[in-house]
Each structure stands twice: as structure tokens, then as C-alpha cells.
Design a binder for this molecule. Structure first.
Ligand SMILES: [Zn+2]
Length: 646
């Protein structure tokens, strides 16, 4: 209503601001509110110039960051994780923060915690100690008894802990927390983490700062089980102690290989780094002989992972270890090597190909999108049903065929781009990472076998909800879906359909260019749906708003129907209807008895004006058939109504 006045206000506010009296943190909004009001919240960020209406980060873009120095001890007998660490939070926002929100995901398993899928109970996480440095920045505190520290004032609301800071955290400053905690690992029927007594997948295991971003402020939706995660980028330095002869797969790179791995294992790893075939680093006989690691009752593995959105690890003494090299293009020419690891129990024979499956998808996506940025990728077997992704690490458990294992691995490797690099909010906008991973999974299947598993280009859950007339928009708050089917179809399948529609209309390369531009703009940052829509679909030009409204946000579907063919003398009048409300151009191919054909295209814009369009076709007697979308590139929900013959 008042764009001029609003602009003026923002300018005045900008003048009045100084670092010392910057605006205070805004009260947290609910996830449902952010999903519903995403356009106005995003518009306000554009006004504040943290975002740009082009979909790129704005001149005043910022993102918070953190540094975690963590020490963990895993006692597999518990299985109990005991840890402590120094957690530094850097406030790069223009806002003064008086409290910090911290995720305690393990409290999903505490008694009485709300959840939206069935979860085991472990008692949740126990925070043994938490203290805050009085002034920020302060030297990293060693222990809470220190004079410079005070026991933190906290309020724990299930999976979110609020910490009241002794002094407000000003823009540009940082604050140090020291914490000690422990918890029992949940059993393997927990989502995304757990232990089956043989392998231990340790994830969401430390107090992790919640995201505070420029669009929504604090993001403190509780972890309920179904919705996933959102995280700022942080630097991790992690030491993990556990019994000798256990192997670890983790985010980051191992800093003390010589302390942990015997010379023969290290030599095989070096060989794997130059090998384009799978090298067995620890085979079953090495494992049984307990010579996979250096001798020692307890070993401490030291990992480092700069600028990632999370850190997770997997540990077992029952697994073998394969590795091989993948190659990705290096910026400025040449190739970089990525070491691909697979850790799995020997009974899982299909996993002998897992490292190579990881390599294939990693190399493919590195060419399609942009190069995988890290020096290693680790695939681990067990615990999670299907797959679950962490930076540089994915856990996969698939009972089926080699094709199913490959498609799951490809999906999880796709997540190394979205959300591990392009860090969207998975809980509020699941489609921003799941939809993209689902699309990448299909491109990996096509590249390796020539086809994906979608019938007529339509993923099965999408086909089902459209058939039931029960589709819900991707822009539905997570708890407003009427069921898991609607949620899953919107989060995983719909974007695949949208991308097919976009590719059919504007070309495959326009989509890839859009995704690359989106990645270029938002790697290491937090995009929101309007940023995605503006950059990924920018090749649509003036039609972009229509495309986004009908396809990305709406629940229209595409069904081009040959309604009627009417002959008068030697002219055919062909009536074509675009039925579902999501429009695309429709190529109409006229085949004649002499084998010739011509194709005339009715534009999407024409169908938007009027969903019924007609064509006049001369030389009617020679027409042998008329076919809509003869190459079947469009995601048409009913391809049986596209052909006519006299
Ligand atoms: Zn996924």
C-alpha cells in the first residue's frame, strides 16, 4: 500500500542505527506463520537489503556463524555418549541478542516430548554443565569454575533450550559457552540416529545453535520427528574417543591418521586415493584380527570440518571399509580427487558396489551442478530406514535391489548439494531439499540405466494425490497437511514434476543454468522460496510469475486433451483443452498419409487466456492422425486423450 513511506522509514531507521543501539532480536515466529507469510517476510528482507528482489543475497546480507570444539566419548555398551565442548557463537546480524536458542534434538526421545511419529524413549539429553563467558569475546573457557564464567540461565522447552546471556550480545561480537552433557543413544527405530548394538549412528548429539536469520529471526520450531533440520554454517573440531578396533565414518577429515590407523591401512588409503576401482581398506579378516586400528584399549579420533552446517559420525567394530577415488572438475581447470568411503557389515554384499555408486552420483552432480566441495564422502550402512544425510556422511539402509541401493545413495549424495551447501530450512520448506534430491536421484538413474522409475514422467505419490484430487501445495505449513501421503507428495515428488514442466517449456539447459545461478548465489547461505523461484526459473522471463503460481505454489496439474476434431469439407477444426489449471505450451503434430508431418504449438499464454484453443488444419482428407505432445516430454496426468485418427 505504501511502498514510498515504507522505503522512507527504512532509510531513517538506517540512519539512526549505530552498533551500540542496534535493533533487538525479534520474537520467534512459528513455522506455520513463516510458511504462510513467506512473501511479506521476504519482502521486508528485500526492503532491509539483506535480500534482493532478483533472488540474490542483498547488499546487507548476513548469516550467523559458530565454532564448536567438541570432545565426545562413546561407550558402546550403554550405548552412552558423554561429551563436552566450547561453543562460540558469532553475531553477524545487525541485532542485539539477549538470549540464544540452542537445539537439543535428543530431547525428542525424552518422556513427554511432543512428536509426530512414533519414537523410542531414552530420557533425552542431560546437560551436566552450561556456563557463559561474562564478556564477549572472551578466551575460550576451560571449565565453568572459572571466574570469568557464570552458570547459564536456561529454559528448556523440549528440543529447544533458551540461554539468557549475562550481557547482551552486540552486533559483530561473539560469546563463548562451555557445556558438558550426556545421553543414551536411542535404539535403531529412532529417526535418523541410533544404535542396533552393532553400529552406532551418532547425530544431533551436541547443543547446536538454532538459526537466527534475516527473514524469520530465531527459528525455534520444535523437532517432532518428521520435519528435518536447519543450521548455520560453523567450524568443527571434534575428538571422539572409543574402544580400539572400532572404525569411524564422520563429517570432516581425520587429523591424526597416524595415531589411529596402522601403516598398512594408511598405505591402502593412499592407494585408494589414486584408484578408480574399489580398494578394500579393511577387509573381514583384518577386522576379525582386530588390526584395523593401532593397538590401544581406547583411541581418540580427531576430525576437522570447517564451514559445514552439522557434524555427525558412525562407529562400529563390525564393519569392513572400502574406498576409491572420484574426480570432480576444479575451478579454473583440472580435476580434484574426492575419496569415497563405504563402511558396512560384510553380510551386506550389495554394499561392495556402494563406494562406486557414491562415486558415480558425486561425479555426475559435480558436472551437472557444480563441483562437490569437500575432499571426502562417506557412505555408512545401517540404522536409518532408507537414507539420511549429514555433511560428507550419509547413512543408508535398503533391503532391496542394487537399483534401489543406487537410487537411495544418489538421493543422499544429492543432499550434499541441497541442503548441505545450499542451506534452506528443511523443516519449514522440505521441498527445497527433498524435491531437489528427488530430481537428482532420477537424473542419476537415467544416466546409469537410461530410465528412471516414473511412469509417464510422473512420480507415483504425485500421481496418487492428483488422482484423489487431494494434492496440497508445497507452501503448506508442515502440520497442516492432511496426511503423510500429501506431505510426502508435496515435499519429494512435486518439484520433480515442476522441473519436468519447466524443462519441457524452456529447455533442460535453462533449468540447469537456473540451478547453477541459485547455487552460486546461495552456497553457504540461507535461501527462501522466493529466492529459489526467482533464480531457478529466471529463464521464464515475463512468464515466470505465471509459471511459479501455477506450478510451484498451486495445485494445478497438466492435462492436454484433444477434445474434438471436426471436419468441414477439406478442413479440420482441432479443439485442444488444457484441463488441470497448470498450463504449458502444447505441440500439436499432424501426420499425413504420405508420411509427412507438421507440428504447430499452442502457447501456454494462449491457454492461460482461454483453456480451450482451436486449430484449422487444411487438407483434411490426407490427415492420418493428430497427436499432442508427440515426444511425451510434458508431465501429463492423462496421456490417453492426446491422439486422434479418422
Ligand atoms: Zn532426502
Amino acid at each position: 500500500v505504501l511502498p514510498f513511506a515504507r522505503g522512507l522509514l527504512a532509510a531513517c531507521a538506517g540512519l539512526a542505527l549505530s552498533t551500540a543501539d542496534a535493533q533487538s532480536a525479534r520474537a520467534p515466529l512459528t513455522g506455520a506463520r513463516v510458511v504462510r507469510d513467506v512473501d511479506s517476510l521476504w519482502g521486508a528482507a528485500v526492503t532491509r537489503q539483506t535480500r534482493n528482489s532478483s533472488g540474490a543475497p542483498g547488499a546487507r546480507a548476513w548469516a550467523q556463524s559458530a565454532k564448536y570444539l567438541l570432545r565426545a566419548t562413546l561407550d558402546p555398551a550403554g550405548p552412552l555418549l558423554r561429551a563436552d565442548g566450547e561453543l562460540r557463537y558469532r553475531n553477524r546480524s545487525p541485532d542485539t541478542l539477549r538470549t540464544l536458542a540452542i537445539n537439543l534434538a535428543q530431547n525428542l526421545f525424552a518422556r513427554g516430548a511432543p512428536h509426530n511419529e512414533s519414537v523410542p524413549q531414552t530420557g533425552g539429553i542431560t546437560i551436566d554443565t552450561l556456563c557463559v563467558a561474562h564478556r564477549a569475546p572472551a578466551p575460550a573457557p576451560a571449565r565453568c569454575a572459572d571466574d570469568a564464567l557464570s552458570t547459564a540461565q536456561t529454559r528448556i522447552d523440549h528440543t529447544i533450550m533458551w540461554v539468557t546471556l549475562p550481557t547482551p550480545l552486540l552486533p559483530g561480537d561473539s560469546v563463548d559457552l562451555f557445556a558438558a552433557w550426556h545421553f543414551l543413544l536411542p535404539p535403531s527405530d529412532a529417526p535418523r540416529t541410533g544404535s542396533d548394538g552393532s553400529v552406532h549412528l551418532v547425530t544431533y548429539w551436541y547443543p547446536q545453535f538454532a538459526v537466527y536469520d534475516d527473514v524469520a529471526g530465531w527459528v525455534t520450531d520444535p523437532y517432532l520427528g518428521v520435519g528435518e533440520f536447519y543450521a548455520d554454517f560453523a567450524d568443527y573440531d571434534v575428538r571422539i574417543s572409543l574402544p580400539g578396533s572400532y572404525l569411524i565414518g564422520a563429517t570432516g577429515t581425520l587429523q591424526n591418521a597416524a595415531d589411529i590407523l596402522p601403516p598398512a591401512v594408511r598405505e591402502r588409503l593412499q592407494r585408494a586415493a589414486r584408484s578408480f576401482a574399489v580398494v578394500s581398506i579393511v577387509n573381514d579378516s583384518v577386522r576379525r584380527a582386530r588390526s584395523a586400528t593401532q593397538p590401544g584399549a581406547q583411541l581418540t579420533w580427531h576430525f576437522s570440518a570447517p564451514h559445514v552446517r552439522d557434524f555427525a559420525f558412525y562407529a562400529s567394530k563390525d564393519v569392513v571399509w572400502d574406498a576409491m577415488a572420484g574426480q570432480v572438475p576444479r575451478a579454473g581447470g583440472g580435476l580434484d580427487t574426492v575419496l569415497i568411503h563405504a563402511l558396512y557389515r560384510p553380510r551386506e554384499r550389495g554394499w561392495r558396489r556402494a563406494a562406486d555408486m557414491g562415486r558415480q552420483s558425486l561425479e555426475l552432480f559435480s558436472r551437472q551442478l557444480w563441483p562437490y566441495p569437500w575432499s571426502q564422502l562417506t557412505l555408512v550402512e545401517g540404522i536409518v530406514e532408507g537414507g539420511m544425510e549429514y555433511p560428507m556422511l550419509t547413512a543408508v539402509s535398503v533391503g532391496g535391489t542394487s537399483r534401489e541401493l543406487y537410487s537411495t545413495i544418489a538421493h543422499e549424495v544429492g543432499h550434499m548439494w541441497f541442503p548441505m551447501q545450499v542451506s534452506s530450512d528443511e523443516r519449514r520448506f522440505a521441498w527445497m531439499d527433498e524435491g531437489l534430491a528427488s530430481w537428482l536421484e532420477r537424473s542419476a538413474l537415467r544416466a546409469s540405466t537410461g530410465h528412471d522409475d516414473d511412469q509417464d514422467g510422473l512420480p507415483s505419490l504425485y500421481r496418487m494425490v492428483v488422482g484423489m484430487r487431494a494434492e496440497q501445495s508445497m507452501f503448506t505449513p508442515a502440520d497442516a497437511y492432511s496426511g503423510a501421503l500429501m506431505y510426502t507428495a508435496a515435499s519429494y515428488d512435486k518439484l520433480v514434476v515442476v522441473f519436468r514442466a519447466f524443462s519441457a517449456e524452456y529447455g533442460d539447459s535453462a533449468l540447469v543454468d537456473g540451478l547453477r545461478a541459485y547455487g552460486e548465489a546461495w552456497r553457504g547461505r540461507h535461501p527462501y522460496p522466493p529466492d529459489f523461484a526467482a533464480l531457478v526459473f529466471r529463464a521464464a522471463g515475463t512468464e515466470r510469475d505465471d509459471f511459479v503460481r501455477e506450478w510451484l505454489r498451486g495445485t494445478g496439474y497438466f492435462d492436454a486433451r484433444l477434445d474434438d476434431v471436426f471436419r468441414e469439407r477439406d478442413t479440420l477444426t482441432v479443439t485442444v483443452r488444457s484441463v488441470g489449471g497448470a498450463h504449458l505450451s502444447v505441440p500439436v503434430t499432424i501426420l499425413r498419409d504420405d508420411g509427412s508431418s507438421e507440428t504447430r504449438t499452442i502457447s501456454a499464454a494462449a491457454f492461460r487466456r482461454e483453456s480451450v484453443q482451436t486449430l484449422q488444419v487444411p487438407r483434411a482428407r490426407a490427415v492420418s492422425s493428430i497427436v499432442l505432445d508427440v515426444e511425451r516430454t510434458r508431465p501429463d496426468v492423462n496421456p490417453s486423450n492426446q491422439r486422434w485418427a479418422p
